[in-house]
Design a protein around this ligand. Structure first.
Ligand code: NAD
Ligand code: TYD
Length: 349
């Protein structure tokens, strides 16, 4: 029996990783540590919560005493670290929250792991889940490779870059076995509706404006969330230790093209005349420091570890739209209260 700590397991990607691991590995005991911020929701894991190999720990990675306590108590063989503040727009408004959780919180986990194993790292692993945004922005050409120099442009990506550097430094200095993966934009069920795709599904459903930043020609490389969870599983089990892997869908979309496709799908699902959803498109002020384009070269993980994306974008988007339309209670729960205030400040001022 191995004890595996997954941080941020009540969030979007983390909940899919927890589900994959609890089902696929009955010999692992999965501890899900999550502070349940606005982005964390245990409803994401209602099918997992009674599994015998699953334990939820409510705690904050910023709380060093709490973190040291659980490492001593449960002696985690491995950590898969996803807990983070993850939304670029929020990082522009409140950068310190990102520095505290993403940088200092990661340092707390690294120190607790180091203090627990004291250099005896046989069979141990610290796996840090990161983003392609650490590489900065691309122009029209080129792809992010693992060797692309870091050039983060937002407080979010800078805080993730700092945490990546810390993980590598602990590997180099203390011999701590680690992996890092840098993934492109995820989409799918359970994503908090502040990110582009779920926000726009929610707004079309409620006949609210679709706020397109700038000229709408910003480009992202979209990957279905369960493909990301499988990639994490692949790196965790077969990755070469202390290596970094880029994960991406080879699926680039300019925002406006993606939004038009989403509008078409929503018109069909809601049985409304073609063009109804697209009428909601509204150009708004651009995001400060908006990165023009992200795109991943995933050759390394494909050729060395045999992972590749399985879900086509058409199918993945269809599943995503269906999930949000069938889970209105989930949406209503997460968009009440504090979120309404955020939305009003962000878009209606
Ligand atoms: P999310 O915002 O949906 O979930 C983050 C989770 O972390 C939430 O459950 C939240 O409660 C928890 N959390 C936040 N602060 C915490 C703290 N101080 N202590 C304990 N728990 C805390 O994020 P996500 O989209 O699922 O992203 C997960 C990870 O993957 C992040 O590290 C992010 O940087 C990375 N990532 C995300 C994407 C993407 O497209 N969403 C792409 C690449 C990498
Ligand atoms: P987002 O989902 O926030 O992911 P990220 O910024 O991490 O890539 O945004 C995806 C793209 O959509 C990005 O170019 C910003 C743009 N966007 C809008 O145009 N309007 C919005 O309301 C949001 C949330 C994003």
């Amino acid at each position: 029996m191995k004890n595996i700590l997954i941080t941020g397991g009540a969030g979007f990607i983390g909940s899919h990783v927890v589900r994959l691991y609890t089902n696929k590995y009955p010999d692992y005991h999965i501890f899900n540590l999550d502070a349940l911020t606005y982005a964390g929701n245990l409803e994401n894991l209602s099918d997992v919560e009674k599994m015998p190999n699953y334990t939820f720990l409510k705690g904050d990675i910023k709380d060093i005493n709490y973190i040291n306590g659980i490492f001593e108590k449960y002696r985690f063989d491995a950590v898969i670290h996803l807990a983070a503040e993850s939304h670029v727009d929020r990082s522009i408004v409140d950068p310190n929250a990102f520095i505290e959780t993403n940088v200092l919180g990661t340092a707390n986990l690294l120190n607790a792991f180091k203090n627990l194993w004291q250099g005896n790292y046989e069979g141990k692993l610290f796996y840090h889940v990161s983003t392609d945004e650490v590489y900065g922005a691309l122009g029209k050409e080129g792809l992010f490779k693992e060797t692309t120099p870091y050039d983060p442009q937002s407080p979010y990506s800078a805080s993730k870059a700092a945490s990546d550097h810390l993980v590598r430094a602990y590997g180099n200095t203390y011999g701590m076995p680690f992996n890092i993966s840098n993934c492109s934009n995820n989409y799918g069920p359970n994503q908090f509706p502040e990110k582009l795709i779920p926000l726009f599904i929610h707004n079309i459903r409620n006949r609210k404006n679709l706020p397109v930043y700038g000229d709408g020609q910003y480009t992202r490389d979209w990957l279905y969330v369960t493909d990301h969870a499988k990639a994490i599983d692949t790196v965790f089990h077969t990755g070469i230790r202390n290596e970094t892997y880029n994960i991406g869908g080879l699926n680039e979309w300019a925002n406006l093209n993606l939004i038009k496709l989403l509008c078409e799908k929503m018109d069909a699902k809601l049985a409304q005349p073609a063009g109804t959803a697209a009428e909601l498109i509204t150009y708004v002020k651009d995001r400060a420091g908006h990165d023009r384009r992200y795109a991943i070269d995933n050759t390394k993980i494909q050729t060395e570890l045999g992972w590749k994306p399985e879900m086509t974008f058409q199918e993945g988007l269809e599943k995503t739209v269906d999930w949000y339309l069938n889970n209105e209670t989930w949406l209503n729960n997460v968009t009440s209260g504090a979120y309404q205030k955020y939305y009003a400040e962000m878009y209606e001022s």
